[in-house]
Design a protein around this ligand. Structure first.
Ligand code: ZN
Length: 136
């Protein structure tokens, strides 16, 4: 009996024909295998996306444009659903060169120990030297 040149990565069945680097016994197995990888990758991305969206909602819920200087404790942010560690980007303010942490269009800064001020996104920012700066 002829020796297989390899085994299918999907069904582990023998591969007898084709190039020696062939990884699948047929196109269906190749599709199945690649789809499974895509689904797994998407699940990982979705976990982070869900945390980011939840964080944005929490900041949006707490932010009051009429009382924009209100300070919140870490505990209050967490209670509102904020999960520290998940954010989209940092922005450096024009006036004071403070670094704000953003979740899409809402951000925060720890003003003093355990006191956070919230910010809506700035209308204009500029990427410079790998950092994002407020320009208006
Ligand atoms: Zn196969």
């Amino acid at each position: 009996m002829k020796e297989p040149i390899g085994y299918c990565l999907q069904c582990e069945g023998p591969i007898y024909v084709g190039r020696s680097i062939k990884k699948f016994c047929n196109p269906e197995c190749k599709d199945k295998y690649n789809n499974a990888i895509k689904i797994k990758e998407q699940q990982e991305i979705n976990k982070v996306d869900t945390a980011l969206r939840r964080n944005r909602r929490a900041l949006k819920k707490l932010y009051n444009p009429k009382k924009s200087d209100l300070l919140f404790t870490r505990e209050e942010l967490i209670k509102a659903g904020y999960e520290f560690g998940f954010h989209t980007h940092f922005v450096i303010t024009r006036a004071n060169r403070h670094e704000l942490t953003f979740c899409y269009d809402y951000g925060y800064r720890e003003v003093v120990k355990d006191k956070y001020q919230l910010y809506p996104s700035f209308s204009k920012v500029q990427l410079k030297d790998g950092r994002i700066y407020e320009i208006t």
